[in-house]
Design a protein around this ligand. Structure first.
Ligand code: ATP
Ligand code: MG
Length: 367
């Protein structure tokens, strides 16, 4: 998967730019607050329709302008597509090959970027919603049905909560309880299958690239692989919480409340792990996600690294660069310091200087 051309218009501090990225490394360098992360965010938005910064629409539009536009030409398995995203204050609209999309699957198939952002380490200590988002976004990337199930679950949940709030009788609630258990079971099933698939790679990367000794583990709520048992478990949970649900007027258990356990030698990473171990775990998760995508689609996904050199010490950085070089993915990196990348053997690509939202492309010899 490759981004061959990128056009930005009024995106954050970038007024207008056209880039023709290198098929391997694209290193955006420059001082603080110049627009490096903004550029990375634009690619993540274009490719996944979501920002890793959880920004509001108006923040994405250049100050005092009414809309912004991100356009890209992509290539996957020899097939090219044009994708476009237009953001105005109220909504985002997307086009694939000149046509407005109504279902996102084919559009999302073009780039499937995996983002590595330093603030993601906060997910480990933060509320469960952040960890669910991390996992859900990874599952979306390889399972189109999962996106549909999550959307369906949200609709059913809203409806059930409304009935609970209005204190409607049991016979009105029951069909929604059954439907929610069915969709909820599919979500728990998909989450746990995904973890099962990537866990060996997460462990391997944590040991070999991050150079850490501990055994890592990941769990999400799913006591069985049998989907009808999962459904029954959810019905039992609803039954146990019945009185409390009536009192509070909300659905108190289900995949929207589940946590994802990150474990280090069987202890919780959030209370037991150091900052470096937490960072390594997230990195290992993302590397495993990228390798899994490569396995599924036959091509590596786009990799986007925000502030890479701030993430790892020199030794681990070099191990990580070796991994990146071997993956042959298209990589976008932002950094304030290019020297560690050059020292780590990353030369085959473009080095793009960023100054106040303006981009100047050079090669490694000219940096
Ligand atoms: P650092 O090295 O500190 O991470 P950076 O180059 O990654 O810096 P960005 O996060 O890309 O910096 O932000 C660059 C600038 O963009 C900031 O000064 C910010 O104020 C500005 N900015 C953000 N949103 C908008 C917007 N909607 N309109 C205009 N400027 C904006
Ligand atoms: Mg930045």
């Amino acid at each position: 998967m490759r981004l061959e051309q990128l056009l930005l218009y009024n995106f954050r501090n970038i007024e207008r730019t056209e880039l023709h990225p290198h098929h391997l490394f694209n290193i955006f360098y420059g001082d603080n607050a110049q627009g490096k992360t903004n550029l990375l965010e634009s690619i993540s938005l274009l490719g996944s329709l979501k920002s890793f910064r959880l920004s509001r629409n108006d923040e994405l539009i250049k100050n005092n302008e009414s809309y912004s536009e991100i356009k890209g030409e992509t290539e996957k398995n020899g097939v090219k597509h044009q994708i476009k995203l237009r953001i105005d204050k109220e909504n985002k609209k997307a086009w694939l090959d000149g046509k407005r999309i109504n279902r996102p699957e084919a559009y999302l198939d073009c780039l499937r970027p995996v983002v590595f952002a330093p603030e993601e380490v906060n997910l480990i200590k933060g509320p469960p919603s952040g960890r669910r988002r991390l996992l859900d976004r990874a599952v979306f990337q390889t399972d189109n049905k999962y996106l549909a199930d999550v959307q369906k679950y949200d609709r059913q949940l809203k409806q059930r909560n409304r009935l609970l709030k209005e204190k409607r009788p049991e016979n009105e609630l029951a069909p929604w309880t059954d439907e929610l258990a069915k969709t909820g079971a599919a979500i728990r099933h998909a989450r746990s299958r995904y973890i099962e698939k990537i866990l060996p790679q997460v462990k391997d990367c944590y040991l070999h690239i991050c150079g850490q000794q501990e055994q890592v583990n990941l769990f999400c709520k799913a006591d069985t692989k049998d989907i009808s048992e999962l459904e029954q478990n959810l019905l039992d949970e609803f039954e146990r919480q019945k009185e409390q649900e009536k009192r509070y007027g909300v659905t108190l258990s289900g995949p929207h409340r589940d946590d994802i356990d990150f474990l280090l030698d069987q202890r919780p990473l959030k209370s037991y792990g150091s900052q470096g171990q937490q960072r390594s775990f997230i990195l290992a998760f993302k590397v495993a996600q990228a390798l899994h995508l490569k396995e599924v689609y036959g091509e590596p996904p786009l990799l986007l690294f925000d502030d890479l050199t701030g993430e790892l010490d020199r030794h681990r950085q070099n191990l990580f660069f070796e991994f990146l070089l071997s993956l042959k993915a298209q990589v976008f990196i932002t950094t304030t310091e290019v020297q560690p990348l050059l020292d780590g053997g990353i030369r085959d690509g473009y080095f793009i200087r960023v100054e106040q939202g303006v981009f100047t492309t050079t090669v490694s010899d000219e940096v």
